[in-house]
Design a protein around this ligand. Structure first.
Ligand code: PBG
Length: 328
């Protein structure tokens, strides 16, 4: 008969464990979200997201230098404008908060990748991700009217110097509309990272405090995906691939590891990002602050699981901490 099979042989020596480890993390995997607010000399801690702040544009350079020194390759920007209106016009203004932030970052760190979230919820007074109308009898985001302002927003980010745009509104046809607009305006070289499968998730709660972007009425179920659906994610992803997305994204990450795996298997030819969202971060921070879990081990385990599931890139509020931990 066979001798007893002993998988533990490979676990006894720490160097051997290192040798056979299947998944590893590096600061190169991370994109750090940043919240930029209007005003001067503003550094406002976000209560529900310990370690994160809203910074005014003049306070960005120091932060950016630190991010670069940690070896983090990219940031994704979210803006809190001074004025909100029904169509989110600050989002496509040459002097909008995001456009100012891009220029300020490029001034101090031309090599850091600057990615912009292309959406309207932080810029509209009603807090929805596009233009609202009630033509169909319910108040809802007008898909095609929103595509037009999304195009303006993307061009304006590109002109300000963004390296990649990341549309997050779950508007039908948004990738095709943005690809066309970028190409027609001389930005054929600019990639699109699509929030391809974005769910209507309660895990965005702390972010909406941070970005001041909660819908004033209703919810986002008419555009973001139902958390109960998995097959539908493949349909959303398929469309974005056909429309020309360069990088796909699944969001949130932790309750959607199955979706990450399925999207990677359906499209191994495209890089896949996962967004480890605000609620996923805040839960760890809160438990750690109570002494209930080991923050470093839990956070690294979460990030490893997202990568093991199939993500190549992780957008995470842990990026700075994790980069430090990984270099220890
Ligand atoms: C929309 C957007 C949201 C997040 C990123 N982009 C919020 C939403 O859809 O309501 C959430 C990110 C997070 O929770 O960390 N522009």
């Amino acid at each position: 008969m066979f001798p007893i099979v002993r998988p533990r042989r490979l676990r006894r020596h720490p160097r051997l464990r290192d040798l056979v480890r299947e998944t590893s993390l590096s600061p190169n995997d991370f994109i750090l979200p940043l919240f930029v607010r209007h005003g001067v000399n503003q550094d406002i801690p976000i209560q529900s997201m310990p370690g994160h702040r809203q910074l005014s544009v003049d306070r960005l350079p120091a932060e950016i230098k630190e991010i670069e020194s940690l070896g983090i390759p990219a940031v994704i920007l979210f803006g809190i404008p001074e004025h909100k209106d029904a169509v989110g016009s600050d989002a496509y203004s040459d002097d909008g908060i995001i456009q100012q932030a891009i220029r300020a970052i490029k001034d101090v760190s031309p090599d850091l990748l600057v990615i912009t979230d292309v959406c309207f919820c932080e810029f509209t007074d009603h807090g929805h991700c596009g233009i609202l109308n009630d033509d169909t009898g319910i108040v809802d985001v007008d898909n095609d009217a929103t595509l037009e302002i999304l195009q303006k927003e993307a061009i304006s980010h590109a002109e300000a110097g963004a390296d990649m745009i990341a549309p997050s509104g779950m508007i039908d046809g948004m990738i095709e509309a943005l690809r066309t607009a970028l190409d027609e305006n001389g930005f054929e070289h600019l990639p699109i990272m699509s929030y391809a499968a974005k769910y209507c998730s309660a895990f965005y709660g702390p972010f909406r405090d941070a970005a001041e972007s909660s819908p004033q009425s209703g919810n986002r179920m008419t555009y973001q995906m139902d958390p109960a659906n998995g097959n539908e994610a493949l349909r959303e992803v398929e469309l974005d691939v056909l429309e020309g997305a360069d990088i796909l994204m699944v969001k949130p990450a932790l309750s959607y590891l199955d979706i990450i795996r399925r999207v990677k298997e359906a499209h191994p030819e495209l890089p896949l990002a996962a967004y480890n969202v605000s609620g996923e971060y805040s839960m760890v921070k809160a438990a750690a602050a109570n002494g209930w879990i080991d923050e470093q081990r839990v956070a690294l385990e979460i990030l490893t699981s997202i990568k093991r599931a199939g993500a190549d890139i992780i957008i995470t509020y842990f990026a700075k901490d994790a980069a430090r931990w990984l270099s220890e």
